[in-house]
Design a protein around this ligand. Structure first.
Ligand code: F6R
Length: 606
C-alpha cells in the first residue's frame, strides 16, 4: 500500500526521494509525487502511474531543487488514480503525504467547507492537509496535536510547514513509519529499505509520537511537546538485500534465496539437535499446556498456516483451526484463555491480521506472532514473537517468506509434539535433523527451473487451471494456485483431489490443464486415481512427486520429481516448482511479475 519517504540533509532532495520511492515500489502503487522546499516555497510534482512518469514530468517541468522534502507512492483508496488525487496534498502553507485511511474525513471535509475551504481531490488525505492549515497557529506540534485529536482512522503522515523550511514532521497511528538517523541528514520512511544505503540506524515511531527532523538531529515529542527518549535500532538487512542482484526480477531472486533464508531462520532455533524456541519466550511447559491452537492470517501466510495445521495435528495430536483473518475477526470465534492464537504475517502490518490479534488478546488467549518485519505492529503487540529471517521481500508475490513461515511451523510442530509426549526425543531430533537438511535439498530443487519453464510454456495460453492434491499436498496446492493467479492473471483453483467428483470435474476438458501435487506416499495411489480421472477427460496433467514415486509412464503428461524426504517435510521442497511455474508463466505472458496489477505488498486497510 502507500509508501512514504522524507529527507532533510545536504543531498539533492528530489533524487533521494525518488530513489527511496523506488525501494517502496514493491508495496504496490498507482501514482507518485514529491514536495520539496525550494527557495522557501513548497514545490509539488505529482503524476498518475509509475515513478517513470513522475520523472518524465519533472524532466519537463524542471525538477524541484532543495534539501528537505517528502515523497509518496499512492495505492488508491478514496478516488481513482489521477494526478490530482496523488499525494502530496495541501496548499502553500502545508503539504502532507499519508498512508492509511481517515474514517471521519467526510465530517471533517464538511466542517472545513463551512469554514470556506475548497477541495481539489477526492481523497481523505486532502481533508487532513486542510485541517492542519485550519489549526495552524505558528506552532507545528500544537497544530499536529489538534489534528490528531480530531482525526479517526489509520495514518502515517509526513508533514511540511512553509514557515519551517528547515524541519520535517512525522506522526503515525497504525500505519508504519520509521525515522532514519544519518550523519547530518535524516529520513522518514514506511520501512527501512529506502534508508539502507545511507544509514542503518533508525527509530520506530510509536503511535501518537511526533518526530521533528532537522538536518543535524531528530527530536521525538508528545503532542504536549514533551521530549521522548527513543531507542536507536539497527537494521540487520543489508543494501544488497533490497536490490535485484543480477536477477531479472525480485521474485526470481527471492525464490533462489530460499535455502539461505531457511538456514538463517532455523539455525538459531535449534540447540543440541532439538528445536529451541525459548529465546522467543515459548517454553516447553507453555507448549505442553495449550488446549487448542488457532492459526490466523491472510493469503500466503494463511496457506503456511494450513500446512502448519496438518503437521501440528499429525505430530502433536492437538486440534488446530486455521482462519482467514478477515473472517475470524467477524465470526465471534470461540477462543478463550488457555488457547494459543498464532498470527502469521510477512509485513506484520496486515490490517485484518492485526484486528484478529487484538480480538484474541481481548478474549484472553496467548498470542504468538510469526513475522518477518522487525518492530512491525503485529510483532510488537503479540505476547510472543518469532521473527522469520527472510530479509526484505520485495516482490509482491510471497515466496521466501512462505518458506520461512513453514520452517517455523515445523519447529513448532516438533516441539509441541515432544512437549506433549507424542514423539520421543530421538524422533524429535530425527525430524529436526531432516529440517536442517532442507536447504541442501532445496538447492537440488532450484536447478529444476528449465523443467518448470517448459511446463509454463504449456500453460501460458490456458484460461483456467486446476491444482489438485490430498492432505498436505492439498494445503500446498492452494499456495501454488494463488501464486499462479496473482502474477499471471490466469484463473486457477485448488481442489482437494477426492472432492473433484462432487461437481468440479465437470469443468475439466482438454482446455483445462491440471497440476497434481502428489508427494505424500500414503495418498499417492488415491491421488493418481484422481489424475487418471482428469486425464481421461482430456486434461493435460503435470504431476509433482518424489523421485521414487511409482507412477505409470502414461499417467502424467509431465512429471516434476523431487528429492526424497519424509512425507511430512515434502511441502518445503514442492513449493519451489510451483513458484517457478507461476513465475515463468507470468514472464511468458509479459506480466509485471514483481508488481502485479491491483495488488499491494502490505495490506494496511480492511
Ligand atoms: C501473496 C501474498 C499475500 C500475503 C497476504 C498477507 O503472494 O503475498 O497473499 O501473504 O497479503 O500479507 P502478510 O504476510 O504481510 O500479512
Amino acid at each position: 500500500m502507500c509508501g512514504i519517504v522524507g529527507y532533510i540533509g545536504d543531498r539533492e532532495c528530489a533524487d533521494v526521494l525518488v530513489d527511496g520511492l523506488r525501494k517502496l515500489e514493491y508495496r504496490g502503487y498507482d501514482s507518485a509525487g514529491i514536495a520539496v522546499f525550494q527557495n522557501g516555497k513548497i514545490v509539488v510534482e505529482k503524476s498518475k502511474g509509475k515513478l517513470d512518469n513522475l520523472e518524465e514530468k519533472m524532466a519537463k517541468d524542471g525538477k524541484p531543487s532543495g534539501h528537505c522534502g517528502i515523497g509518496h507512492t499512492r495505492w488508491a483508496t478514496h478516488g481513482e488514480p489521477s494526478d490530482i488525487n496523488s499525494h502530496p496534498h495541501g496548499n502553500k502553507r502545508v503539504s502532507i503525504v499519508h498512508n492509511g485511511i481517515i474514517e471521519n474525513y467526510k465530517q471533517i471535509k464538511e466542517f472545513l467547507i463551512a469554514q470556506g475551504y475548497g477541495f481539489e481531490s477526492e481523497t481523505d488525505t486532502e481533508t487532513v492537509a486542510k485541517l492542519l492549515d485550519y489549526y495552524y497557529d505558528g506552532n507545528p506540534i500544537e497544530t499536529i496535536g489538534k489534528m490528531m485529536d480530531k482525526v479517526r482512522g489509520s495514518y502515517a503522515f509526513g508533514i511540511m510547514f512553509r514557515d519551517f523550511p528547515d524541519s520535517l514532521f512525522a506522526v503515525r497511528k497504525e500505519s508504519p513509519l520509521i525515522v532514519g538517523l544519518g550523519e547530518n541528514e535524516n529520513f522518514i520512511a514506511s520501512d527501512v529499505t529506502p534508508i539502507l544505503k545511507y544509514t542503518k540506524n533508525y527509530y520506530l515511531l510509536e503511535p501518537g509520537e511526533i518526530a521533528v527532523l532537522k538536518r543535524d538531529g531528530v527530536k521525538v515529542v508528545t503532542p504536549e511537546n514533551e521530549e521522548i527518549e527513543k531507542e536507536v535500532l539497527t537494521a540487520d538487512w543489508d543494501v544488497d538485500a533490497a536490490e535485484k542482484g543480477g536477477y531479472a526480477h525480485f521474485m526470481l531472486k527471492e525464490i533462489n534465496e530460499q535455502p539461505s533464508v531457511i538456514k538463517t531462520t532455523i539455525s538459531p532455533r535449534i540447540q543440541d539437535g532439538m528445536p529451541y524456541l525459548e529465546e522467543s519466550g515459548l517454553t516447553i511447559e507453555m507448549l505442553k499446556n495449550y488446549r487448542r491452537i488457532f492459526i490466523v492470517a491472510c493469503g500466503t501466510a494463511m496457506h503456511a498456516g494450513l500446512v502448519g495445521k496438518y503437521i501440528i495435528e499429525k505430530l502433536a495430536r492437538i486440534e488446530v483451526t486455521v482462519d482467514i483473518a478477515s473472517e475470524f475477526r467477524y465470526r465471534d470465534p470461540l477462543i478463550e484463555e488457555g488457547d494459543l492464537v498464532i498470527l502469521v504475517s510477512q509485513s506484520g502490518e496486515t490490517a485484518d491480521t492485526y484486528a484478529a490479534l487484538k480480538l484474541a488478546k481481548e478474549r484472553g488467549a496467548t498470542t504468538l506472532s510469526i513475522v518477518n518485519v522487525k518492530g512491525s505492529t503485529i510483532a510488537r503487540e503479540a505476547d510472543i514473537v518469532i521473527y522469520t529471517h527472510a530479509g526484505p521481500e520485495i516482490s509482491v508475490a510471497s515466496t521466501k517468506a512462505y518458506s520461512v513461515q513453514l520452517s517455523i511451523m515445523y519447529l513448532l510442530a516438533f516441539e509441541i509434539a515432544y512437549a506433549k509426549g507424542k514423539i520421543t526425543k530421538e524422533r524429535c531430533m530425527e525430524l529436526t535433523k531432516q529440517l536442517v537438511e532442507i536447504p541442501d535439498r532445496l538447492s537440488e530443487v532450484l536447478v529444476l527451473k528449465e523443467r518448470c519453464q517448459f511446463i509454463a510454456s504449456r500453460l501460458v495460453n490456458a484460461d483456467s487451471l486446476l491444482y489438485i492434491g490430498r492432505g498436505l499436498d492439498y494445503a500446498l496446492s492452494m499456495e501454488g494456485s494463488l501464486k499462479l493467479k496473482e502474477i499471471s492473471y490466469i484463473h486457477s483453483e485448488s481442489y482437494a483431489a477426492g472432492e473433484l467428483k462432487h461437481g468440479t470435474i465437470s469443468l475439466v476438458t482438454d482446455d483445462m490443464p491440471v497440476i497434481a501435487v502428489a508427494t505424500q506416499s500414503d495418498l499417492l495411489e488415491k491421488t493418481i486415481s484422481n489424475v487418471k480421472e482428469v486425464k481421461a477427460r482430456g486434461a493435460k496433467v503435470t504431476v509433482i512427486c518424489k523421485e521414487d514415486a511409482e507412477i505409470g509412464k502414461d499417467v502424467a503428461n509431465h512429471l516434476i520429481t523431487l528429492p526424497v524426504m519424509e512425507d511430512v517435510l515434502m511441502p518445503m521442497l514442492a513449493a519451489v516448482p510451483m513458484q517457478y511455474i507461476a513465475y515463468y508463466t507470468a514472464v511468458l505472458k509479459g506480466c509485471d511479475v514483481d508488481q502485479p496489477r491491483n495488488l499491494a505488498k502490505s495490506v494496511t486497510v480492511e
